[in-house]
Design a protein around this ligand. Structure first.
Ligand code: NFS
Ligand code: SF4
Length: 636
């Protein structure tokens, strides 16, 4: 008989949250649940995108009685400008993160804190970018010299004076031609963001089409630029992820160990902390205090990064960040950039938790600020780990409550790993090594109906994690493979859907594919910057199939998105020719023209568009219908 595992239900997760929030009341602390209540009845102008404060004649708000701002901008211009600014902010976040990592590669040394771990990947990139592998006299170049030159070329992508960006030429010819024809091939990352800010300044573009087009171009600068750089260079520095079995949810915190939570996005900081915590010096120091050990766990996308490279356990996703501190069992929370609640500073003061910020990009009042630089990485990290150990004695056992809930998860499926698993099932057919052809064959045969990339955040506008959960479960039943990143991947972890046993929840076709490939039905592809991996996956499937990207039964879905990064991501997925199903409405609904642009207009331009429903059951039905329609159009 099939061994059907027990998943962790949303209700069980909610029971833990409820108990933790109750503890916040006990110590007079406030949580996002309280603040969401206080913010209820959001401003309708902001919510629908028709408030403009781009100059000090305003703010101007559009109503039937006041249909234009003082300068004459209408609701379409205002909503489109606000939307483009969101895309730009999202593109900036992923890309600036990538820039930092490029600088780390540039400064990497054989005997330094950061080394080159994946030389093969570096060499492949060097070849792609015409970086010489040999010196003029034919000798092999030092891999660190190659690394430096690749880093310089990568940094040029941000601000080159002439020409266009490199990575979009990784896309299949049809996409490249389209990006050129529509004039949305980005020139340089910083340039597209600056152009977007310029276009939206008072007295410039008021034409939604022009603003949408710049939005697409800016988003490609992210997905086929900043994010792709972030992923590639992180792999080169820290190793391309491989499969690990790990655990997820707050039950990974330990009663008798020092709990150090790393939260944010940039793996440079968290990698150093993991290394420091594993060092003999710190392990011994911990023992000398009579403590069992140091337990480093991750939150949000940092968790995804280090889980895929070290098997480090994951404490949870975005709306659980306060819960971690509310357990009373966290000695230190170290954060770097993005998705960090400023509220953590106050909340941690209600417990013994030290809250440490580390980046000039994310300064938070009330935190301990220890600026983190690659030059002093290990020194800083060791000091922080020591301080966490020292703080253990301040833990008040009476204030500790760690929920028992956790699940095992198999993580770490970048494209390279997926290909490896596909190779396993092609047996002797050498021609098919290194290709997605077996996956294409499975889709053509209908064993697999298609694939959905489930990505994005949590958002208090909807029941946290519920939409992710309902949508994923339904897709699996319908033989649709799920690839996941970000906080969506964390939900899958907490639920138990990243366990290989979850195949028993799938339709017969998907179950068989999981058995043949020895994979879970939800593949963890990493952090949100790694959605660039998903673009390469879709691109590879279209290439090996010999069809257009718009034709394959592969789509994106962000059921609970909230950040501007997500707006940029959704746009680059659409630019890549794939439909995106959204569970939260973009804030442009005050403009009929903008609603038309994001759902239908972009489809005419790029072949992809948004399908929106705040009801997860409706949304998943739309996804399945969309996938079946693509199959029908292909005649399969
Ligand atoms: Ni993505 Fe990651 Fe989570 Fe959303 Fe934030 S952690 S980069 S933005 S909230 S998925
Ligand atoms: Fe008002 Fe125009 Fe200024 Fe915006 S740019 S605040 S619509 S006057």
């Amino acid at each position: 008989m099939a061994d059907v595992r027990k998943f962790t239900t949303i209700e069980e997760m909610e029971a833990d949250t409820k108990a933790l929030v109750q503890r916040a009341c006990d110590v007079c602390a406030e949580t996002w649940q309280d603040r969401a209540e206080m913010q209820k009845n959001h401003c309708k102008f902001g919510e629908t995108g028709v408030c403009c404060r781009n100059c000090s004649m305003g703010p101007c708000r559009i109503t039937p009685k006041a249909p234009r701002g003082i300068c004459g901008a209408d609701e379409h211009a205002i909503a489109a400008r606000n939307y483009l600014r969101s895309i730009s902010a999202g593109t900036s976040s992923h890309s600036d993160h990538a820039r930092e990592i490029l600088h780390v590669l540039h400064s990497a040394k054989r005997d330094g804190a950061y080394q080159i771990r994946d030389e093969q990947k570096l060499i492949r990139l060097a070849v792609e970018w015409d970086v010489a592998l040999r010196t003029a006299d034919g000798a092999e170049r030092d891999i660190y010299d190659i690394g430096r030159e690749v880093a310089e070329k990568g940094l040029e992508e941000f601000g080159k004076a002439f020409g266009e960006m490199r990575f979009p030429s990784r896309a299949i010819q049809e996409r490249q031609d389209l990006w050129h024809k529509e004039d949305i091939w980005p020139r340089a990352i910083d340039r597209e963001v600056v152009t977007a800010m310029h276009m939206t300044h008072m007295g410039n573009s008021a034409d939604p089409e022009a603003l949408i087009r710049q939005g697409l171009r800016t988003s490609i600068a992210n997905g086929w630029g900043g994010s792709m750089l972030g992923t590639e260079i992180t792999d080169i520095l820290f190793g391309t992820p491989t499969v690990w079995t790990t655990e997820g949810n707050l039950g990974v915190l330990e009663h008798d160990m020092v709990n150090l939570v790393v939260h944010g996005h940039d793996p440079v900081f968290s990698e150093a902390l993991v290394m420091a915590a594993e060092s003999k010096e710190m392990v011994d120091y911990c023992k000398s205090k009579g403590i069992k050990g140091i337990n480093v766990v991750g939150l949000c996308c940092t968790a995804n990064e280090i889980a895929m490279r070290h098997g480090v356990r994951m404490a949870g996703n975005f709306l659980q960040q306060e819960n971690a501190i509310l357990t009373g069992a966290v000695e230190m929370m170290c954060v770097d950039i993005q998705c960090i609640f400023p509220a953590l500073a106050q909340l941690s003061k209600c417990f013994h938790t030290k809250f440490v910020t580390s980046s000039p990009i994310a300064r938070i009042p009330g935190s301990d600020y220890v600026e983190f630089k690659p030059e002093n990485a290990m020194e800083n990290a060791t000091q922080l780990v020591r301080a966490a150990i020292d703080n253990y004695e301040n833990r008040n056992p009476e204030r500790v409550w760690i929920p028992a809930t956790k699940q095992t998860a198999t993580v770490g499926y970048p494209t390279e790993q997926i290909i490896r698993h596909l190779d396993n099932i092609t047996n002797s057919n050498v021609d098919e090594l290194g290709s997605y052809k077996p996956a294409v064959e499975a889709i053509k045969a209908g064993v697999l109906r298609g694939a959905v990339a489930i990505v994005g955040c949590n958002n208090p506008r909807v029941r946290p994690d519920y939409s992710h959960y309902e949508i994923i479960k339904e897709l699996l039943k319908n033989d649709i493979l799920v690839v996941a990143t970000g906080c969506a991947a964390q939900l899958a972890t907490k639920a138990g859907l990243l366990n290989k046993e979850a195949r028993y929840q799938c339709g017969d076709g998907l179950k068989r594919v999981c058995e043949l490939m020895d994979i879970p039905p939800v593949l963890h592809m990493g952090a949100c910057v790694d959605i660039s991996r998903m673009m390469l996956l879709a691109n590879g499937i279209a290439r090996d199939w010999g069809v257009k990207l718009t034709e394959i039964p592969v789509v994106g879905c962000a059921p609970e998105w909230m950040s501007e990064k997500a707006v940029s991501i959704a746009n680059y997925v659409v630019s890549t020719g794939l439909d995106v199903y959204l569970g939260i409405e973009p804030q442009v609904s005050g403009s009929t023209q903008m609603m038309e642009w994001i759902t239908e207009g972009t489809r005419k331009l790029t072949g992809g568009g948004f399908i929106i429903s705040t009801d997860p059951h409706v949304l998943v039905k739309n996804i399945i219908d969309g996938i079946e329609a693509k199959r029908e159009a292909l005649g399969i």
